[in-house]
Write a protein that binds this ligand. Sequence first.
Ligand code: ATP
Ligand code: MN
Ligand code: MN
Length: 372
Amino acid sequence: QQGDPVEAPAFLAASYACQRNTPQPGHNTLLTAALSVLAESAELNGDEGRGLAFRRSEGLLRSLDRRVQGLAELRGLPCLGDHSRRVIQDLLENGVSSEVEETKSSPRYKAMKLLTGIFGVGVKTAKRWFTEGICSLAQLETSGHSLNAAQQAGVCYYTDLNQPVSREEADAVSVMVEGVVHSVLPGARVTLAGGFRRGKMSGHDVDFLITHPDEGKEEGLIHKIIACLESRGLLLYQQNTRNTYRESAKGAGRPSSSMDRFERCFSIFKLTNDSSYTADNGTGSGGRPWRAVRVDLVVSPISQFAFALLGWTGSKLFERETRRWAVRERSMSLSSHALYDRNQERYLRASSEEEIFAHLGLEYVSPTGRNA
Ligand code: ATP
Ligand code: MN
Ligand code: MN
């Protein structure tokens, strides 16, 4: 290779996010934040395909090991479509992208972001409300729409739930969850998953995976955990589901669905500002001595734990890409429960994430490298 070094392809990058190491926050946050807005806007419009294309561009830029200074450095890299490259060029040349700025200030984007920011409100509901002219919480309240229990809690704790959860708060929640789990089932194991396991310093919730080394002991555990949390006054809201997963002779069920079938609980915790928890900002809105925090609790049998851990560690793009790799490159279907080899017509067992990557023919990526 010769010639101007600035003109040469500066980075080598694989096309699937699961083939790359993607630390947090990356060296191109100006670019990734902009592409994230466009991805989110497409997702809020219900345009999944377009959203995914921007997420892949964003993911690739996140994985680069240095700051991009010119478009030429991106020549030959995968995942970057014409549209993304135009946006990147604008940002590199002008410091801003007019498309991103227009998107951010559009009434539709602002309203959809606000409405989907309510716990329990998805894109479909938000769209319906926006079409009726609802753009704010005040307008929603006067609209006379009846809200379900999740949405009522979402409106009630709106401010708290839209304030990022800090690492200290996540640690405080861990202490609470471990205390409760160990008191209802000694020997059970609690593992922090989600963004905090990937090393993020803040998140929108705290995710936990719970298991027990003796298969079967975990059955029905979520109900005991909830009862104990409630008796201690730690829950503001909870919605639980039982385990409905069964292995079938035909393979891993619906591999395209990202919803799994574990026993689980989507909840809102009451995090009090006391001994175990000393962060300065430890009060909720209105100066209460506690704040509301979103917590996901998932119970997995030990035989599926490695798959559950991989599936609940994220990022969402990393998960999607791992499943896409499995199907397209290995003819396997991967879920948070199992890995099924369609050629051999059998399930491949694993007791660690490393074994799953090995089955898939992928180099192991540690949790902190999965921030695609
Ligand atoms: P944040 O900081 O915003 O919480 P996160 O990466 O932890 O970021 P989550 O939405 O909490 O995001 O999701 C964590 C992981 O759990 C993701 O990889 C996601 O795929 C998985 N996940 C979330 N909800 C479900 C669900 N209903 N069924 C299966 N997996 C899910
Ligand atoms: Mn999370
Ligand atoms: Mn979550």
